[in-house]
Design a protein around this ligand. Structure first.
Ligand code: A5P
Length: 231
């Protein structure tokens, strides 16, 4: 996605933020633009009394360096609005997330938010999930071999996410990520439920029924899809 499209989607989402809100702060290159715009609106005095809960250490660092006040779920168990990116979005606004490895905390924020606003460009839209992206699965290191086998038996081509130096990628919780490429996922609920039965799978990147709005930026402009549109 071009930087300009990322920015356009992010700015539109930040326009939905009102003074006094508790915000969930997603992770990724698109969300970064939202954080910068949020900081600008706070500095200019357009917005006041905002607190954010970061979904990753990376987002926490950006927020701290930009002067966005932070809080946690202990002090604010309910979130008004979360702004986050996604890797793939289907016709029913189901998502694949976790390209940046922050899916666990992202899902915690999404499950505790009144509104989940997802910012993407047109290239991330799919009729069915799995066409473009593997499902990131956060796995307990102890269970790695067994969960890899489980996901393979479920029909996925599975790879351990690694860093450029070949070392395994570690999440903020010090777990591992298996990228499970299922191809087109015809029954995402079935796969999600199967993964949720596994003690060694901490969380998966299928975000089903969680997005309340998706802001899609394209060369033609911005379009917004809402959960009500797909019911
Ligand atoms: C982070 O773990 C992800 O869920 C991101 O939200 C997703 O990968 C989108 O990231 P970009 O905005 O960088 O494409």
């Amino acid at each position: 996605m071009s930087e300009e499209l990322k920015k356009a989607a992010a700015f539109r989402a930040v326009a939905m933020v009102a003074t006094g809100m508790v915000l969930g702060l997603g992770t990724g290159t698109t969300t970064r633009f939202a954080l910068l715009e949020l900081a600008r609106r706070l500095k200019s005095g357009e917005l006041k009394d905002i607190v954010g809960i970061p979904s990753s250490l990376q987002t926490e660092q950006i927020a701290l360096s930009e002067g966005i006040p932070l809080t946690d779920l202990e002090n604010h168990p309910r979130i008004d609005l979360t702004i986050d990116g996604a890797d793939e979005v289907d016709d029913e606004l189901n998502l694949i997330k976790g390209g940046g490895g922050a899916l666990l905390r992202e899902k915690v924020l999404a499950q505790n938010s009144s509104q989940n606003v997802i910012i993407v460009d047109q290239s991330k839209i799919s009729h069915q999930l799995g066409k473009k992206w593997a499902v990131p699965v956060e796995v307990l290191p102890f269970a790695l071999g067994s969960e890899k086998q489980f996901l393979t038996d479920l029909g996925a081509e599975v790879s351990l996410r690694t860093l450029p130096d070949g070392q395994p990628f570690r999440t903020d919780q010090d777990n591992l990520i298996l990228d499970a490429a299922f191809g087109t996922i015809r029954e995402p609920e079935k796969i999600a439920r199967a993964m949720e039965q596994r003690a060694g799978i901490i969380e998966h990147g299928l975000f089903l029924g969680l997005a309340t709005r998706v802001i899609i930026a394209s060369e033609e402009g911005i379009s917004i899809r809402s959960r009500e549109d797909v019911k």
